[in-house]
Ligand binder design. Structure first.
Ligand code: 5GP
Length: 125
């Protein structure tokens, strides 16, 4: 179900549990500010999620409250993951759903990285 991105952070959300090591994930990359892992239900040949380590509900929450170091660390981590996976030359797509109209399901900021085939139009028509 899509979530309301204006709600307070829910410590029980699935990505918070992954960050605490309570449930497994296939880690791709980790540093001080970010964790990247494979999406459990990939929608492209490569489908990686990158999340900040801090407790932020959405892009809106993160861009408003995160420190400059957290924002820089997270943005750099997304680029690092895409480069390391060889996605730059063929190309890749970033997506960050925020709130109900975007269909955000997990209330911890995550950027999707899609790659591995021509990805088609930006939005379903
Ligand atoms: P959203 O719709 O919130 O932008 O995307 C949530 C994403 O999280 C979906 O692509 C979904 O497949 C993925 N996801 C949900 N639960 C899990 C999980 O337990 N592990 C992993 N690796 N991905 C998950």
């Amino acid at each position: 179900m899509a979530i309301d991105a204006t709600q307070p952070y829910d410590e029980t959300n699935i990505f918070a549990r992954i960050l605490r090591g309570e449930i497994p994930s296939k880690t791709v990359y980790e540093d001080e500010h970010a964790l990247a892992f494979h999406d459990i239900a990939p929608q492209a040949p490569a489908h990686i999620l990158v999340i900040p380590k801090g407790a932020y509900v959405s892009w809106d929450d993160f861009s408003a409250r995160a420190s400059d170091a957290e924002i820089a660390g997270f943005v750099r981590a997304v680029g690092t993951v895409a480069r390391a996976a060889g996605m730059v030359a063929p190309g890749y797509r970033l997506l960050a759903n925020t709130g109900p109209d975007a269909g955000q399901e997990v209330p911890h900021l995550h950027v999707h990285i899609f790659a591995g085939r021509p990805l088609g139009p930006m939005l379903a028509r």
